[in-house]
Each structure stands twice: as C-alpha cells, then as structure tokens.
Design a protein around this ligand. Structure first.
Ligand code: RFL
Length: 399
C-alpha cells in the first residue's frame, strides 16, 4: 500500500510485551542484539493484568542468571505445599521434600511484567505501545516485514531479520502462518473454570485443590492480601451470573470448610471464565518467524505452566538468535522448535493428568461412576505412594 510508512528496521522484531516478549527483549539486549518490541496495549494495562503467579524453580534460575529476579526475591514468597480435599479426607504434599526438592516462588505475573518492562526500558530498550501487529509477511524470505496499526490508527511497516511472535494465542504471528505449513493440536478438555481474584488474605498456607461432587474448587495465594480462587463452572454461564455471596457459599461447600475451617471472605475484584483447552502448533519456526509462549502453545491453567514455558522458550530463543546474529551459528535456531516442543508436550501431559485428577464427568451413568472410581484410586495412590509423590513433585514444579 502506498500510504504505509516504512519504519526503521531492526534485527529482531518482538510482537507482544508479555513475559515471553519481555524476557526475550531483555536477554537480546544483554547480548547486544538490536531489537524492538511492539505491544498492542498501553503500559498501565500490562502493569495491572493479573494472571499467573506460580514461578517454577527453573524459571527463577533463568531470571536470576540474567539479573531479572531482584523483584521476585524481594517480594515473592517461597511455596511448597498443596492440600487435596476429597470425599476420602484430606492430605498434604510438601513437594520441597519430594522429587527434586524444588519450590515455587509466588510472584504475580503483572509484577514480573512490570520488573521486566522497567529493566528493558531503563537499559535503552524500545517498546512501541498501542501498536498492533496486523500481519507478518515474507517469513520465508530473508527479509520479513510486519504490518502494524499505530496508536493514531495509521498503518506502518516494520522490517527485521527475524520476527518473534510473543503475541499470545490470538496474535498476528499465529494468524500469519501460511495455510498448510503448520499442524495444530487442539483439545478441549470439556471443563470450564470461573477464575476469581479476591481482596482477601489466603485462607490456607497451601495451594488447595478440592475435589467435590459439585465440581472442583481451587485456592491459590497471590500476595498477603490477594487470593486467587477457581470454581468449576457450567460452560456458557456468564462470568457475572453468580452473586458474590453465592460464589463464597459454593467455595466453602466444595472446600468443605465445616470440616477444615472457614475461608477468609473479601471483595471479588476479577472474574474470568476459562475453558480448559490445549492448543499446540508444530513446528514453532517458519523461516524467519518464531512462535514463543502462548503463541506456540496454549495450556490450561490447571498446572500453572504457561508463564513458565514462556520464559523458558524466550531464553532458548534469545541465545539462539544471539548465536546466529553475532557469531553466524544457526544451530540453535534450527533446534529451537524441537527443543521447545519437548517441554511443551511434557507440560501438556502433566496438565492433562491434573485435569483428570481434579474433575470428572458427573452424574449417575456408568461412565461417570467408572471415571470417579478411577479418580479416587489415583488420589489414594498420590496420598500413599512415595514414588507417585516424587513423580508428582518433579512435574508439578518443573518445566
Ligand atoms: P501474554 O502474557 O498473553 O502476552 C502477549 C502480549 O501480546 C500482546 N498482543 C499484541 N501485541 C501487538 N500486536 C498484536 N496483534 C498483539 N496481540 C496480542 C498482548 O497485549 C500481550 O501483552 O503471552 P506470553 O508472553 O506468551 O505469556 C504467557 C502467560 O501470560 C500465560 O501462559 C500465563 O498467564 C498462564 N497462566 C499461568 N501460568 C503459569 O505459569 N503459572 C500460573 O500460575 C498461571 N496462572 C494463567 C494463570 C493464565 C490464566 N488465564 C489468562 C487463563 C491463571 C489464569 C487465570
């Protein structure tokens, strides 16, 4: 189009300023690779968008190695216990004493994103906010370009050597993949959660997983004042359909608070309906375009893996891009897709296992009763078998 401005080119154009894009930007900047981040949202939105909270030990090590962990060391909290509440009683697993002996660090994703953004821009990094990538063109050529809509609504074009699609599941990178070049693995687990943030201190010193005939309920600390809760929810029900009192009553019922103690109630500040889905693309490289984080593979939040996979993939890609651009060594870029997919599928497998542990078809028909009996047996094994607990711990904290 003749009215498109041609903008200054960069070596690596990063689409999206979530955990994936900002880890990639910081690491590339440390290596001395020229990069620019294009982000559809305004910075205030990124700094307040509450999502993940549980960072795996391997994720923390990556962030530490690159000087990106000061905030999480100052304000994050170590976490290592989960509690299962079931029809057969309750039990706790301290996973810092199982498997590889690792813990989570609880640090809200919006705080991590804020830290990454501050560090990137303070070191001279460039983020173009309110700039939406529309399409990636010419990924199979040596000079790809990205068409964008700028803050004032005007179109523009960026050129780069490489494009990193860190713009999530509905971003431009995924949309631009040439038809027939990609295999999409999509699975709907058939379960829906109502994700809630409450202005209420945590009620347990553990992640709480309640397996109940009325459906799953979950409790996850975020900060001393904020707790995330999940309620299994009938698909298609609007997020606002239930009153706050009904939500708290249902959480208390499923978490069996008459047996195990009350929940600390508070104002519900965020509600989101989440259909538990898996969606993985293969391969993750298309010429000069790389898919990273949620753009590469969406995973249900049942095992808290998404942000961790995003950080891991970004660190692998940063190293590979630096090797190629600075040293002419393309081996890391060639291996990127296969290396990431190994971790993605491992996480998908564990997340799928967790979904089966925590939910089942309900109702009196034979299949539902069979599934429920299997689930009880699986929980009993997790409660009593040390080797099963070691396996759980290794996969629960690992990516
Ligand atoms: P993000 O964070 O979605 O960032 C993508 C960025 O791209 C921008 N964007 C565009 N920019 C320019 N042009 C376009 N066309 C664009 N389209 C989109 C967006 O504005 C955004 O800023 O993806 P990224 O970086 O790959 O990070 C992935 C994680 O955010 C995600 O996997 C996790 O939040 C998943 N997740 C959890 N992961 C964990 O590891 N531990 C957890 O405890 C955990 N809890 C959760 C979660 C996800 C949840 N939701 C959203 C279902 C809890 C919940 C409720």
């Amino acid at each position: 189009m003749t009215d498109r401005k041609i903008r200054k080119a960069t070596d690596v154009l990063i689409l999206g300023a979530g955990p994936a894009g900002l880890v990639l930007g910081n690491l590339l900047q440390d290596h001395g690779v020229d990069c620019v981040v294009l982000e559809r949202a305004e910075p205030a939105h990124l700094r307040t968008r509450a999502r993940a909270g549980f960072l795996a030990a391997g994720t923390v090590r990556i962030l530490e190695r690159h000087g990106l962990a000061d905030g999480l060391h100052r304000h994050g909290r170590a976490h290592s216990t989960c509690e299962f509440r079931t029809t057969d009683g309750r039990f706790r697993l301290d996973y810092s004493r199982l498997g590889r002996g690792e813990r989570h660090t609880v640090y809200p994703q919006q705080q991590l994103v804020t830290d990454l953004l501050t560090r990137f821009t303070a070191a001279g990094g460039r983020v173009e906010f309110a700039t939406e990538a529309v399409a990636v063109l010419g990924a199979d050529t040596g000079r790809p370009s990205v068409t964008v809509r700028e803050a004032d609504g005007r179109p523009a074009t960026w050129r780069a050597r490489y494009v990193a699609g860190c713009d999530g599941r509905h971003g431009a990178a995924r949309r631009s993949l040439p038809a027939g070049s990609v295999r999409r693995h999509h699975h709907d687990h058939g379960v829906t959660w109502l994700g809630l943030l409450a202005e209420a201190p945590p009620s347990l010193d553990a992640v709480g997983y309640a397996v109940h005939e009325r459906g799953f309920a979950g409790h996850m600390a975020r900060t001393r004042e904020i707790t995330r809760y999940y309620l299994q929810y009938e698909r298609g029900t609007p997020a606002g359909a239930w009153s706050e009192d009904r939500i708290w009553d249902e959480l208390e019922l499923r978490m069996r608070t008459t047996q195990y103690g009350p929940l600390r109630r508070g104002r519900i500040t965020q509600r989101a309906v989440v259909d538990l889905e898996s969606d993985v693309l293969e391969p993750l490289r298309h010429g000069a375009l790389f898919l990273v984080g949620d753009a590469a593979g969406l995973i249900s939040p049942s095992a808290a893996k998404g942000a961790n996979l995003a950080v891991l993939a970004a660190s692998l890609l940063a190293r590979a891009l630096a090797d190629d651009l600075l040293h002419g060594d393309p081996a890391g870029l060639d291996a990127y897709s296969a290396r990431c997919l190994t971790s993605i599928w491992r996480a998908q497998e564990f997340s799928h296992w967790m979904i089966g542990l925590l939910h089942g078809p309900s109702g009196p028909d034979g299949a539902a009763l069979f599934h429920d009996a299997l689930r009880r047996s699986r929980l009993a094994s997790l409660r009593t078998s040390r080797s099963h607990q070691d396996w759980f711990a290794e996969h629960y904290v690992g990516v």
